[in-house]
Design a protein around this ligand. Structure first.
Ligand SMILES: NC(=O)c1ccc[n+]([C@@H]2O[C@H](COP(=O)([O-])OP(=O)(O)OC[C@H]3O[C@@H](n4cnc5c(N)ncnc54)[C@H](OP(=O)(O)O)[C@@H]3O)[C@@H](O)[C@H]2O)c1
Length: 474
């Protein structure tokens, strides 16, 4: 049974969550189930939801749609869902929305943009007009990545947000940070001094960070054609994981718990600073891929969008100088898996390795060598392991439960701040400029075949062309 912790114990205020895009995939598949869990298991009852979408014209139809998707009796929560139909460009939306906010109590209004990013500006204009008609005592806004598509683009988005909201009212969502194993990266280092000490160039040969996806672009064709793997995953999830692993946890964590706690609350600053120390590799080390059939799928026979990117990054600090951080993300790979691997210097290649897996299972493995049974003094590799489900049962909250819980509580620890996002875009802008300048084009790769392991030694020698379809392994 999940722990019960009503948010009222933190700050007892009626909260109205206003979801733009509440008929979409993200809201129906991830956010609504998370809200349901917070409502029923964590007893966070001081909530009302306003759902905006175009697909239904009647509230009853929308509620039935939600109920059908989740196939369970959620009467009490569904009664708190108010549906507002209409296109964002509809000039009547602000007055109708403000009336609904007034009806739900208007103590705190939290606007959540679960929309294609191209609609963020229209949504912000709608919010601005709504707030001029209804003034809740407190307000917040949460939005989903990608946050723009370059540093300049992000600055414009930030400017539009800051016309309405103060910095501390803006929550940029990277749901990866809601995963227990990702948060555990901080605890592992802060609370296990030996791990923090081992994570440096004296002991580490290389670090590997991979987010490999099995699915292709699916319905998100237009979005992906404007984005690609670098902007969709590398700019956010991969750089988040890298910084969480590589930041310095100060020595004060050894003795002064209070100071340490203060540092942990400001982990964001350390992560943003680390991004300024990142160095890109020479152009020949940057590898782009595009899965076979991608061009047909997106109906663009000339598309040069990368669906896979692999490159080593370096950190110029004393601690990490010379250690490659091998970064990989790709679509239509053999398996869906996300992990970090820290490979230690060893007499036996690959045998001393710390593997932190985020997907498919939240687990940690440490590969060490032990004595082989028998008379001789020989050794073999073995694995010490920990799984969240094995040690704590199946009750770890889903990423969006944690994200929405923290959003309601106003805890910003797990939300990237604007400095982090700006620095991450600076890295991506530099990378994209090298790719254009050097004319680096994606290699074609076969679907459902590649694994991250294919990249750690050297990028695969792909031999398939658009005309022939034989596997590069042949
Ligand atoms: N899906 C995921 O798992 C996931 C994960 C991480 C981040 N994200 C991000 O979350 C955001 C939403 O993704 P999604 O997968 O939910 O997209 P989606 O399934 O395409 O949903 C888009 C939503 O926007 C609404 N919409 C579109 N045009 C509109 C307009 N002109 N006026 C009013 N509403 C409009 C749609 O309403 P109707 O359908 O009713 O027309 C729908 O509710 C994106 O920024 C995405 O990058 C998604």
């Amino acid at each position: 049974m999940a722990p019960r912790q009503g948010l009222c114990s933190l700050e007892c205020k009626m909260k109205t969550l206003i979801f733009f895009g509440a008929t979409g995939n993200l809201f129906t598949q991830k956010i609504f189930p998370a809200l349901s869990s917070l409502f029923y298991h964590y007893e966070i009852r001081d909530l009302a939801l306003i759902a905006l979408g175009r697909r239904f014209s009647k509230e009853g139809d929308y509620r039935r749609f939600l109920q059908k998707i989740h196939q369970r009796e959620e009467k009490e929560l569904l009664e708190r869902v108010f549906y507002l139909p209409g296109d964002l460009e509809n000039p009547e939306i602000p007055s109708k929305l403000s009336q609904l906010i007034n009806k739900t109590g208007k103590e705190e209004a939290i606007f959540y943009l679960s929309l294609p990013p191209s609609l963020y500006n229209s949504a912000l204009k709608t919010i601005e007009k709504t707030l001029s008609l209804s003034s809740p005592s407190t307000k917040k806004v949460a939005l989903e990545k990608p946050f723009g598509s370059s540093e300049k683009d992000f600055e414009e988005l930030e400017k539009a947000l800051k016309k309405i909201f103060r910095e501390e009212e803006i929550f940029y969502v990277d749901h990866y940070l809601g995963k227990a194993t990702v948060q555990n990266l901080i605890i592992l280092k802060a609370e296990n001094l030996f791990i923090e000490k081992l994570l440096s160039r004296s002991f580490v040969k290389e670090v590997r960070i991979a987010v490999s996806e099995k699915e292709g672009v699916g319905e998100r064709k237009k979005f992906y054609e404007e984005t690609g793997a670098i902007k969709d995953v590398f700019q956010n999830h991969l750089l988040q994981l890298l910084t969480l692993l590589a930041i310095d946890i100060p020595p004060l964590c050894e003795e002064d718990r209070k100071e340490c706690q203060r540092f942990l609350e400001n982990v964001g600053q350390a992560k943003s600073h680390l991004l300024t120390e990142i160095q890109l590799p020479p152009p020949e080390a940057i590898y782009l891929g595009q899965y076979q059939n991608y061009q047909e799928e997106v109906e663009n026979p000339h598309s040069q969008i990368e669906t896979l990117v692999y490159l080593p990054l370096y950190i110029s600090s004393e601690r990490w100088q010379g250690v490659p951080f091998r970064m990989l993300t790709g679509k239509r790979m053999a398996e869906r898996e996300s992990f970090l691997e820290v490979v230690f210097h060893s007499h036996f290649p690959e045998d001393n390795l710390l593997r932190i897996e985020i997907q498919p299972e939240e687990r940690i493995d440490l590969l060490i060598r032990v004595k082989t049974p028998g008379m001789g003094l020989y050794s073999s590799p073995t694995r010490l392991n920990f799984t969240y489900s094995g040690s704590f049962g199946a009750n770890t909250p889903e990423a969006y439960e944690k994200i929405i819980y923290d959003l309601l509580a106003g805890d910003r620890t797990l939300f990237p701040d604007s400095t982090f996002i700006r620095h991450a875009w600076q890295i991506v802008d530099r990378l994209v400029s090298i790719i254009h300048k050097e004319g680096i084009k994606p290699h074609l790769y076969p679907v459902d075949t590649l694994t991250p392991g294919d990249f750690w030694i050297s990028p695969p020698q792909i031999t398939i062309s658009r005309k022939t379809s034989h596997d590069y392994r042949e």
